[in-house]
Design a protein around this ligand. Structure first.
Ligand SMILES: *Cc1c(COP(=O)(O)O)cnc(C)c1O
Length: 819
């Protein structure tokens, strides 16, 4: 049997079967007859991995020979999902492998289903990083992800009596065929200690970082294959290992130091992902994680640079570092320390190199998400870095005072240090000062950054600010997640859309073609059947694939307003049960999403939705028109099943709170229509698909601001003047959904009325109920609905992360594809 073609493994069915059997026998030591599904997963994965490594070496040679500029994407989160199916899809080996395995009596789907997701992220931010890796590899851009190899990823979610229960995600328990450890490239990272204020031979100030403790960072590489397989980049994740042999004399400053040191024994550093989205808890271990990560990354990046070059002045011509939010912002201080302390560069030169190297992406407008670290904590963990941050700040403020003499208010507002009872380092200010580019992630978000969140910085450096609207990879989110739709599209317009999503535009020519519309809706129908089966197996709710599938799937957060969706369902339920008015369109309401374990209101919202589901699904009349299902444990592999089966995509955040959203793009691409507010990328989706092909409702940013600033928003007025609103809210104070637990949901009544409804649910409710009626009317006209679906799919081309990455490459990184 022929296995090799020159230096390359062959991809014939026979060769693939040979690889699988070889790995089963000789790598795993398993007899074919005794192989479990998990053994098969390993054997298949290793066979695919062999093929990735060949191309990885080719890619690395190409980059080295070209002396190319490299991009490093620093992110505390990479929400990768499963690797096997994606790698097969990008290598274009899915079908061959499927048949090869079928002949051996193995079902590829089943093999994939038995594996855990790589859930090293919370939600949108981590998933964006994963989509960017796919796009960089597909485009042939030398781009590397750097992050932490958390031993435990995002928690697993179960429901227990309707309440969220978290269990740990031990995703590495059975090993991971996609990760290769590189202990020979381990980094040494010093922590803690103190600064000795010494002088050098010339008598100049020469601070020494003394009495630190050393932690070892071991890199684990995961190959990232681009579509077509020409390029394989890597995602490098660091695990912390203790290093007794490297301990210097231990500086023992009494019990406090000992106590804390023991708490953070070094291997805990990479133990677990912090499970909160858009919330900064300020925990010591988190700061330690952030520093560990950037210290490893900077050492590694500098090492790679020094293998090819020796002059740091050309560093910015060969390296671009992008900070995914402020979580890795300490990299700026770490790089300065490296250049000044270790490479003895003068401060000014080091600073110019740093500024030209870094770019910073902001992801949120929510104040509770902005990272600030107490100066005392930083001094404890990274005393030398704190000193460097103070020096960066001193020089920065000096420059401000020169430009705007006497403007004390400006100095106070832009300083890297927030004064107050407890002095804190503002990480976003560090990130902005140390970068040549600051970008938002959707047009509206960038405007709000410039004019509302950071107006002083914008006034200082208008040219630093730019927009890079998010995108998602069409490989995972269309080609792999929705094979039925993908092959229909390819049949009609060819397969060019996979690399150039704008080609979808050609589908518009078929918007009136009834034969095409029928096939399109048949694909949707098949996806809904699959989703219905999943809802039954995972949420124990029977649903009808003929009903409208109305999906709200994303992290549970007040600003995303799952509660507004719940108010709509309650309204529908009360119309049926009390007014005897039945909807013309039966609906299945599908929820999915996790709440941060410490976020009480979000966890209550989960309980509420599950309670509503219990009542609605059991009501003999209501259940003929409405079903409610909360699919547990939302993650990438679940999203891949839910999204293709959605008719309606709920994107209903309060205007001005969702920076971009990417779920909105995935749904539209898969032929769901959006009901959304004028927020984040919804606005750009509206502009692309056309106002008549999307359901937009509610206050816009200016409207919400007027309510906030006018101080005349009074939810009580709405409650008293609108009987249907009153009835919905009274259902919560009246125990309709918690007959066995009186008072359980009265908090909602209080939250929305006495709590002044921070996210303006009631301000948008009547408009939301109206637009949902419009949705129903539209859904009744199947052909019209299908026409809207085509217009949506055809106009999502711009939301490919390939477009986003090409803009980063051109405007921020100064790199081009190296193919
Ligand atoms: C895309 C995605 C998200 C982000 O969804 P938003 O609606 O933009 O908040 C979160 N989680 C998973 C698993 C995703 O795939």
């Amino acid at each position: 049997m022929k296995l090799y073609d020159g230096m390359r493994l062959m991809n014939t069915q026979e060769a693939l079967q040979g690889s699988v059997i070889h790995h089963l026998r000789y790598t795993l030591g398993r007899d074919w007859k005794k192989a479990s599904i998990r053994d098969l997963y390993w054997a298949v994965s290793l066979s695919v991995r062999d093929r990735l490594f060949e191309r990885l070496f080719e890619t690395e040679n190409r980059y080295r020979q070209g002396g190319v500029k490299r991009v490093y994407y620093l992110s505390m989160e990479f929400l990768m999902g499963r690797a096997l199916g994606n790698n097969l899809c990008n290598l274009e080996l899915h079908d061959t492998f499927k048949t090869a395995l079928e002949e051996m009596g193995v079902d590829l789907e089943e093999v994939q289903e038995c594996t855990a997701d790589a859930a090293l992220g919370n939600g949108g931010l981590g998933r964006l990083a994963a989509c960017f890796l796919d796009s960089m590899a597909t485009l042939g851009i030398p781009g590397y992800g750097y992050g932490i190899n958390y031993e435990f990823g995002h928690f697993r979610q179960q429901f227990c009596k309707g309440y969220q229960r978290e269990t740990s995600d031990n995703w590495l328990k059975r090993g991971n065929p996609w990760q290769i450890s590189r202990p020979e490239e381990a980094c040494l990272v010093p922590f803690f200690g103190r600064i000795a204020h010494t002088r050098d031979k010339k008598g100049d100030y020469n601070p020494m970082w003394r009495d630190w403790e050393m932690v070892v960072g071991v890199p684990f590489d995961m190959p990232i294959v681009g579509y077509g397989g020409q390029t394989v980049n890597t995602l490098r994740l660091f695990s912390a290992k203790s290093s007794e042999e490297f301990d210097v004399e231990i500086f023992n400053d009494g019990d406090y130091h000992e106590a804390v040191k023991n708490k953070i024994s070094s291997e805990n550093i990479s133990k677990v992902l912090y499970p909160s989205d858009y919330f900064h808890a300020g925990r010591l271990l988190r700061l330690v994680q952030e520093y560990f990560f950037v210290a490893c990354a900077i050492r590694d990046i500098a090492q790679t640079f020094l293998r090819s070059f020796d002059n740091f002045d050309i560093f910015p011509d060969k390296v671009a570092i992008q900070l995914n939010d402020t979580h890795p912002a300490l990299a700026i201080a770490e790089f300065m320390r490296y250049l000044v302390d270790e490479k003895a560069l003068p401060w000014e030169r080091a600073w110019s190199i740093t500024e030209r190297t870094f770019g910073y992406t902001n992801h949120t407008l929510l104040p509770e998400a902005l990272e600030k670290w107490p100066v005392s904590l930083m001094e404890f963990v990274v005393p030398r870095h704190l000193q460097i941050i103070y020096e960066i700040n001193r020089r920065f403020l000096e420059q401000i005072t020169l430009q705007w003499p006497g403007d004390e208010e400006l100095v106070r507002s832009v300083s890297l240090i927030e004064e107050g009872e407890e002095k804190q380092v503002r990480m976003s200010h560090l990130a902005m000062v140390g970068s040549h580019s600051v970008n938002g992630v959707a047009a509206l978000h960038t405007e709000l950054l410039k004019n509302h969140l950071l107006p002083d910085f914008y006034r200082l450096w208008p040219k630093k600010f730019n927009n890079k609207t998010n995108g998602v990879t069409p490989r995972r989110w269309l080609l792999k997640a929705n094979p039925g739709l993908a092959s229909l599209i390819t049949e009609v317009i060819g397969d060019g859309w996979i690399r150039d999503l704008r080609k979808l535009k050609a589908l518009e020519a078929s918007a009136e073609d009834s034969e095409f519309l029928k096939r399109l809706m048949a694909v949707k129908r098949a996806n809904k059947e699959r989703l219905a089966a999943r809802i039954w197996s995972d949420a124990y709710v029977r649903v009808d694939p003929d009903s409208l599938f109305d999906v709200h799937a994303k992290r549970i957060h007040e600003y995303k307003r799952q509660l507004l969706k719940a108010l709509h369902i309650v309204h529908q339920y009360l119309m049926i049960t009390e007014d005897d008015i039945c909807p013309e369109v039966p609906r299945t309401f599908v929820f999915a999403g996790k709440a941060a374990p410490g976020y009480k209101v979000a966890k209550q919202i989960i309980k509420l939705i599950n309670s509503i589901a219990t009542v609605v699904n059991a009501h003999p009349k209501a259940r003929r028109f409405l079903r409610v299902a909360f699919v547990p444990d939302y993650r990438v592999s679940v999203a891949e099943k839910i999204i293709p089966g959605a008719d309606l995509s709920e994107q209903i955040s309060t205007a001005g709170t969702e920076a971009s959203g990417t779920g909105n793009m995935k749904f539209a691409m898969n032929g769901a229509l959006t009901v959304g507010t004028c927020d984040g990328a919804n606005i750009e989706i509206m502009n692309e698909v056309g106002r008549e092909n999307i359901f937009i409702f509610g206050h816009d940013v200016a409207g919400i601001r007027a309510l906030r600033e006018g101080r005349d928003y009074n939810p009580w007025d709405i409650y008293e003047n609108d009987p249907s609103v009153k009835r919905i809210l009274d259902a919560f104070s009246g125990n309709l959904f918690c007959p066995e637990d009186p008072g359980l949901f009265s908090w909602i009544f209080e939250h929305l009325l006495y709590g002044r409804d921070t996210y303006y649910h009631l301000a948008d409710l009547s408009s939301y109920l109206l637009i949902q009626q419009e949705v129903d009317r539209c859904f009744l006209d199947t052909r019209k609905w299908a026409g809207h679906v085509v217009k949506n799919i055809a106009n999502t081309g711009t939301f490919s992360s390939d477009r986003t990455i090409l803009e980063y490459a051109r405007d921020i990184w100064g790199v081009s594809p190296a193919l």
